[in-house]
Every structure is written in C-alpha cells, then in structure tokens.
Design a binder for this molecule. Structure first.
Ligand SMILES: O=C(O)c1ccccc1NCC(=O)[C@H](O)[C@H](O)COP(=O)(O)O
Length: 218
C-alpha cells in the first residue's frame, strides 16, 4: 500500500501555497465558490497555481457552477483536477475533459454504505470520491467529522475529508485507509488563512500514521 496523499484545501495566500509545497503536500485546492470565506477569483487562482512546481497538483473547486464558468476557469487556471461540491450530474462533471473529484456528503442517507456504493457507481468516471461531512446542498470546509466506521470498499479512490486536524488524522487514516486526506479548517488560523505550525503538524501526523501502518514512505 502506498503512502497517504495529502491535499490542503482553501488556500488563498501565496505564502501558504509555498509552505504547502515545502512540506511535500501533493495537492492544493483553490475554491471558486463565491459564497465561501475561502473563495478566490479565477485571476487569483491562476496566480496561485502559477506558483506550483511540477508534481504538485492544483485542484479547482466548484459548487453547482455554470458550464461556461468552469470552462473559463479551466482556460485561465489550467488546473490538474476539478472538484465538484454540489449536485452536479456525472455527465456534467465529465464534460470538461479534465480529471475530477466528486464530493460525497456523508450525512443523512449518504451515511449508509449503500449510499456510498451507489455514488461510486454513479460517478464511475471520477478520479476519486471526496468524503465530506457537509449536508447535501450545504457548504464544505465546516470542520465537522462524520462517522468513519464500516465504510464499504468501493471502486473509486477515496479522499477522506471533513473535520480532520493534526490530532485526529491518524485515527481517520487507520479507520478508513483512504487514498488521500483533505484538510481545510483544521490547519487554519481563520478561514482562508493557513497556520504554518498546524500545516507542519498535520503532515507529520500523516507520515507517522503511514509509518505505523507500514504504508510506503515517500
Ligand atoms: O471550504 C469552503 O468554504 C467550501 C465551500 C464550498 C464548497 C467546498 C468548500 N470546501 C471544501 C474543502 O475545504 C474540503 O474539501 C473539505 O470540505 C474539508 O474541509 P474541513 O472540514 O474544513 O477540513
């Protein structure tokens, strides 16, 4: 089993992007959802993306966007991945010809294993499913944990999100054995402003969890 990949989400400042890169993070998420406190404009996102070296992925986040907005963002930012956080249909997500993640709301009926299995079948073209604790139709980045126990094996790589922080991410990795973990508020001072010490502690906690599980180091 290879090491757990790490995505930091909701970055707004060039210095936070630089710190993430320095820590060896695999991907950074740029939130193009206007109502989010972590929102960046397409122009800001393009500048942040330009600060990434090769092999660190940029992820552009949307929530029920217009197709034209997504296409304009792709043209300007050239993200490696798209991430859809709303009720976007599978065909819509796949229509841009860019690999995508689909966020799955692990609340209400989706907490059931059949719900997750069904979503994995529905979004079979997704590069991965991001399990988050937001209620359907709600926002992400709320720092809430969902119940990690007894998740079914599904056909898509899983990205564990929702309320992770340096203190609980090891438990999440042990319980879910995800392909990747995704964190936003757990490494922040305030929404959109990341904390250097928390970022460092989060990465160290993931590396320690991997070592305990004999996941292959970098
Ligand atoms: O962070 C937001 O404000 C946000 C708004 C709308 C859609 C998605 C949003 N965030 C997504 C993420 O940051 C992560 O994928 C995930 O929700 C983890 O957040 P957190 O629980 O704060 O670690």
């Amino acid at each position: 089993m290879s090491r757990t990949r790490i995505k930091f989400c909701g970055l707004r400042r060039p210095r936070d992007v630089a710190a993430a890169v320095e820590l060896g993070v695999d991907a950074v998420g740029l939130i193009l959802v206007p109502a989010s406190p972590r929102h960046v404009s397409v122009e800001q996102a393009a500048k942040l993306r330009a600060g990434l070296p090769p092999f660190v992925s940029s992820v552009a986040l949307f929530r029920d966007p217009d197709a034209a907005f997504v296409q304009d963002a792709i043209d300007a930012i050239r993200p490696d991945l798209l991430q859809f956080h709303g009720s976007e249909a599978p065909d819509f997500c796949a229509s841009f010809g860019v690999p995508f993640l689909k966020a799955v709301a692990m609340g209400g009926e989706r907490r059931s294993t059949t719900g997750l299995r069904a979503e994995a079948r529905r979004y079979a073209a997704a590069s991965g499913l991001l399990l988050d604790s937001h209620a359907p139709g709600g926002m992400g980045g709320r720092g809430q944990v969902f119940v990690w126990d007894n998740l079914p094996k599904v056909s898509r790589p899983l990205v564990l999100a929702g309320g992770l922080n340096p203190g609980n991410v090891a438990r999440g990795i042990t319980a879910v054995r995800p392909f990747a973990v995704d964190v936003s508020s757990g490494i922040e001072q305030i929404p959109g402003v990341k904390d250097a010490d928390k970022m460092r502690a989060f990465v160290a906690a993931v590396r320690r969890a991997d070592a305990k599980l004999n996941r292959e180091p970098r």
